[in-house]
Design a protein around this ligand. Structure first.
Ligand SMILES: Cc1ncc(COP(=O)(O)O)c(C=O)c1O
Length: 369
């Protein structure tokens, strides 16, 4: 097979567009030595809150802390149960346990999103929150999740993979009571290192998150509770300000690339393409297809220079770290089935038609074997 080279993710196109602005911004931060909580952090928090359509956004150190701080800020802790999907990045689960609450997993649907009917069956008198994870770039059905749990249960969003996505015209981050995101470099909006944010539509949750991220206080040496050191660096805020201005353009390019894959791969046997759920605007953080002989297909694509990946090979309950949840194989059948079939294809703003044609050509050959 001829050697091609299409990476799973390529950030260089984005970087070229913003290099100059970022260098100037870094120079200013260095000149002012405003490395922690500098004015660029305030600027970003304001712009990001406005973009999401929420009144409050607080920059934090990473997405995992963001989920934990969001939960703690909403009063979730020991004695509480938090329902979350079995098919998520492990950080969602880790943050729940770190907050002191008990993980209650629920199954997903065939669009990879938390299934409200399964959530409803797992509600108990201890249920305090449900986390809708907007996996791969489209939002979980938040209004159905809300309807599946009693009033008073906190509705949380993990939008690490869906910055800019909307559901019925409402932006991810504004669909629940409190939300968390990661700005890990490869995300649709990514920093040049670890970074994250907590968003909220509820003022007292926002106030608490603001103090939790900074040793439990917002006034120097006044510590009202035990908190974190989890602030957004000023240098990362410079990057995020520059990139936020281009996020809509880049998300549009991802959608165009997804439409192109649909054209190129739509007629292929043996592959299931991602669907956009009614009411959702997808931002294709990942382009995840289903193939029954996944491990062989990924191996052969990689050998041919196509950067295929798996997000994620194991649902949470089958990871050694979560053996204590005591779920056997078969407990979450849809999540388990999908984990064996999912494969992510190259997806990033700036991917060319030629590159996507190469992906399709190699994939066709591999699937025919
Ligand atoms: C769905 C989801 N939740 C949480 C996280 C954790 O974010 P971070 O790596 O910034 O801690 C990530 C990304 O890594 C993610 O994809």
């Amino acid at each position: 097979m001829t050697q091609t080279n299409v990476p799973l993710v390529d950030l260089s196109h984005q970087q070229k567009q913003i290099n100059d602005v970022i260098r100037e911004g870094f120079d200013r931060v260095i000149a002012e030595s405003s490395f922690i909580m500098g004015p660029q952090v305030d600027e970003f928090e304001e712009a990001w809150a406005a973009y999401c359509g929420v009144p409050f956004a607080m920059g934090v150190g990473n997405g995992t802390d963001a989920i934990e701080i969001a939960l703690r800020a909403a009063g979730v802790g020991p004695g509480h149960e938090v329902i979350l999907p079995a098919n998520t990045f492990v950080a969602t689960a880790g943050a729940v346990e770190r907050a002191g609450a008990r993980i209650v997993l629920a199954d997903c649907d065939e669009d990879f999103l938390l299934n409200p009917a399964d959530v409803a069956q797992r509600v108990t008198s201890r249920t305090r929150a449900v986390i809708g994870v907007h996996l791969y770039g489209q939002t979980a059905p938040m209004e159905s999740l809300q309807a599946a749990v009693p009033d008073g249960v906190v509705i949380v969003e993990d939008l690490a993979q869906a910055q800019g996505a909307t559901r019925n015209g409402v932006r991810a981050g504004a669909l629940g009571h409190v939300a968390a995101t990661s700005f890990y470099p490869g995300k649709n909006l990514g920093a040049y290192g670890d970074a994250g944010a907590v968003m909220s539509t509820v003022e007292h949750f926002a106030d608490r998150a603001r103090r939790l991220r900074n040793h439990g206080g917002t006034v120097r040496y006044e510590h009202l509770e035990v908190g974190f050191n989890s602030r957004l660096d000023t240098l990362q805020a410079v990057v995020l300000n520059a990139k936020l201005a281009l996020l809509e353009q880049w998300n549009g390019q991802r959608r165009e690339a997804a439409a192109r894959y649909q054209q190129l791969l739509g007629g292929l046997d043996g592959i299931g393409l991602p669907r956009v759920v009614i009411g959702n605007e997808h931002v294709f953080h990942l382009y995840v297809v289903r193939v029954p002989v996944r491990d062989r297909v990924v191996r052969e694509l990689n050998a041919a220079g196509i950067g295929a990946g798996v997000h994620y090979p194991s649902p949470v309950h089958l990871l050694p770290a979560y053996a204590h949840l005591r779920h056997q194989r078969g407990a979450f059948p849809v999540a388990e089935l999908l984990a064996g079939e999912i494969m992510s294809l190259p997806m990033y703003p700036g991917i060319t038609i030629g590159q996507q044609e190469q992906v399709a050509a190699v994939l066709r050959k591999v699937l025919e074997r």
